[in-house]
Design a protein around this ligand. Structure first.
Ligand code: DHB
Length: 389
């Protein structure tokens, strides 16, 4: 079996790349260990930057998002007994975010690839990539339906998420890493929205975030210990805890039945370089951000936007310049998002060794961000996302 670009991983990076390449007439095959159902049902974040929304719309995968997603022009920061709105739309000259769940984006991309005749292999096993530096084509071997397959390609893209196999194929790399002493407890609940726009809450009890999914399903998070077992928390305790963290700022939760609970780990990670021979990494395979600020999916999309153009220049004009500079181009945005996610995390969370000094300092920073138009614009520009270019 032969294709032009072999893509390991059917998450946001792999599927979006396959879609973009198809639009320019470049063939790809996407393989994934997970089943299609698994991919389409795993709950992840749900905030799309303006650039992600524009790309989806422009390339014909934005219909359901336009119908079912929610455009938010602002966010709220809750601290020191008050709610402060950041008018992102005004501060950025018309940029916003759209709340639309990641697994819905994946459903749309999978449906579109299949409608366009795309080759997606789910539920495969035993992936092995060879020949990324040799003179011959690289190959991806895998097992599908009990049979061994060999896929020859010109390039391999490692888009296989944070538990990546492909990253390990880059022998000389630097892994930049930061661990955090907390996690998020995330819930999905059948309840009406508690707020028109997201609330990021700083409190002495720790961080809480009120997000949404639809008029009848809400997404909420609160800072917790990484060792937390979700089953140790009753629904009543969860609502009480989140309510206690936003109460000071005057927000009143509309509670309901909790139907999904999980703990999200916090890590900052970057692998440099993001390429080796004919292998290119994209998305979480190359970098992970803590969830505060919702940059993960958007960074994956930004990576493949760069990679699509670079592969396009190769196939259209035999020009390898953009491929050679892929890491350098992608890393600018990756490190900006690392900074932004770290900044939002450190401004809003309670660190276990935090003193009263630290709490006051955080409040001073939040006051700066909500009262200085320059500081607010920095937050708004980065939250809604830099243009994809
Ligand atoms: C959501 C997740 C985030 O990490 C965030 O910063 C905002 C919203 C969400 O899942 O809705």
């Amino acid at each position: 079996m032969r294709t032009q670009v072999g893509i390991v991983g059917a998450g946001p990076a792999g599927l979006m790349l396959s879609h973009l390449l198809h639009l320019r007439g470049v063939e790809s095959v996407v393989i994934d260990l997970r089943t299609r159902e698994d991919i389409e049902e795993t709950i992840k974040a749900g905030v799309l930057e303006q650039g992600t929304v524009d790309l989806m719309t422009r390339t014909g995968v934005g219909d359901r998002m336009a119908r079912d997603g929610f455009v938010h022009h602002g966010i709220n920061l809750a601290f020191n007994g008050e709610l402060h709105r950041i008018n992102m739309y005004e501060l950025t000259g018309g940029r916003a975010v759209t709340v639309y769940a990641q697994h819905e984006v994946l459903k749309d991309l999978i449906a579109k690839r299949l409608a366009d005749g795309g080759d997606l292999r789910f539920g495969i096993s035993d992936t092995a990539v060879d020949g990324i530096t040799g003179g011959d084509s690289p190959t991806i071997r895998f097992t599908a339906d009990g049979e061994q397959q060999t896929l020859e390609c010109d390039f391999v893209v490692g888009a296989d998420g944070s538990r990546t196999y492909t990253r390990g194929l880059i022998p000389q790399r630097t892994d930049f890493f930061r661990q955090y002493p907390f996690a998020w407890f995330g819930i999905l609940a059948e309840a009406p929205p508690s707020s028109d726009e997201l609330i990021y809450a700083h409190s002495e009890r720790g961080f809480a975030l009120i997000s949404t999914r639809s008029p009848s399903v809400q997404r909420l998070y609160f800072q917790c210990d990484p060792e937390t077992n979700v089953d140790d928390w009753s629904d009543a305790q969860i609502w009480e805890e989140i309510q206690a963290r936003v109460a000071g700022a005057g927000a009143t939760l509309k509670t309901g039945t909790i139907f999904q609970k999980s703990v999200l780990q916090f890590r900052s990670f970057v692998c440099e370089p993001m390429q080796y021979g004919r292998l290119y990494l994209a998305g979480d395979a190359a970098h992970t951000v803590p969830p505060t600020g919702a940059k993960g999916l958007n960074l994956a999309v930004a990576d493949v936007h760069v990679l699509d153009r670079a592969l396009g220049a190769f196939y259209e004009a035999k020009d390898t310049g953009l491929l050679e500079s892929y890491t350098q181009t992608a890393l600018g945005r990756v490190w900006r998002a690392q900074w932004f996610s770290f900044w939002m995390t450190s401004m809003l969370h309670r660190f276990s060794d935090a003193s009263d000094f630290d709490l006051r300092r955080q409040v001073a920073e939040l006051e700066l961000v909500t009262s200085s138009p320059t500081a607010a614009k920095t937050l708004a520009d980065n939250y809604t996302g830099l243009p994809l270019g």
